[in-house]
Design a binder for this molecule. Structure first.
Ligand code: PEP
Ligand code: MN
Length: 271
């Protein structure tokens, strides 16, 4: 195997990523939240109500959705990007959204403050090289069956192309157990923090597939050294067009943010 170039030894203090005024890494603990997918303006005003005044410093949400089934809701495309931009502006926080294909890159870049590469595209190397040339931070999610080494190589495709404003996201890996959609790899979080200078955040929503374990997994991720947590939320999860079963309701979200911010502050982090 080739040697990794972007190691913790190379940059012992770690890299701090800036998305607008939001900082991730070092002493900065990121709370990121938003819907799985943008559905309509009513849903997004519900999201604004949930997040406004909170310490969430990054809005997430999909407009181009990489769905397992071609019959599932595929996202609103550019209309979704507009709704996301409007919501982020109202909340005065930056926006990360996924780019699923090179042909959407210009469009997504027009609206987003940071570009998300999803689990299914972690190994789309041409896409990685291209986002590596953009003047926008990149949020790279771990492939659902990618080893830590493969994840780190994928990160180096982005960094080598010139973009070191890169955040890694552990989002769970495939397992034998149908109790969970994925298994959140706590080992991976702790190990990545030793190996990489890039901030490591955690997505316990996709990492479990169940809203009822998102809080304990978020606390565990923070304790394991993560630089932030990103969750899916919805004003009424039971009506969500995608990933409702793993989305926090307004009540869940209030508890989640209180408990997780409390722990982050206890660990000496800034929110
Ligand atoms: C997402 O975060 O919107 C998403 C699709 O997650 P993943 O790529 O991890 O499956
Ligand atoms: Mn989702």
């Amino acid at each position: 195997m080739d040697k990794l170039q972007y190691t913790r030894d190379w940059k012992k203090e770690g890299i701090i990523v800036s998305i607008g005024e939001t900082r991730v890494g070092g002493n900065h603990f990121l709370l990121a939240a938003g819907p799985c997918a943008v559905e309509n303006s009513g849903q997004m005003s519900g999201i604004t109500d949930m997040l406004s005044g909170s310490s969430v410093k990054l809005l997430r949400g999909g407009a181009f959705k990489p769905r397992t089934s071609p019959y599932s809701f595929q996202g609103l495309g550019e209309d979704g990007l507009k709704l996301l931009r409007q919501t982020a502006d109202e909340l005065k926080i930056p926006l990360v959204t996924e780019v699923t294909d090179l042909k959407h890159l210009d469009k997504v870049s027009q609206y987003a403050d940071a570009l998300q590469i999803g689990s299914r595209n972690m190994a789309s190397y041409e896409l990685l090289k291209e986002v590596g040339q953009q003047a926008k931070p990149v949020l790279l999610k771990r492939g659902m069956a990618a080893t830590i080494k493969e994840f780190l190589y994928a990160a180096e495709y982005v960094a080598n192309a010139g973009n070191e404003q890169l955040i890694l996201c552990e989002r769970g890996i495939r397992s034998f157990d149908p109790a969970f959609r994925n298994i959140l790899d706590l080992n991976g979080i702790a190990l990545l923090k030793h190996l990489t200078p890039f901030p490591v955040i955690v997505d316990p929503s996709h990492g479990s597939g169940r809203a009822d374990v998102v809080l304990p997994l978020s606390l565990a991720a923070a304790a394991a050294g993560a630089d932030g947590v990103m969750v899916e939320v919805h004003p009424s999860p039971e009506t969500a067009l995608s990933d409702g079963e793993q989305s926090l309701s307004p009540e869940d979200f209030r508890i989640w943010i209180n408990r997780l911010s409390g722990l982050a502050l206890y660990l000496g982090k800034a929110l």
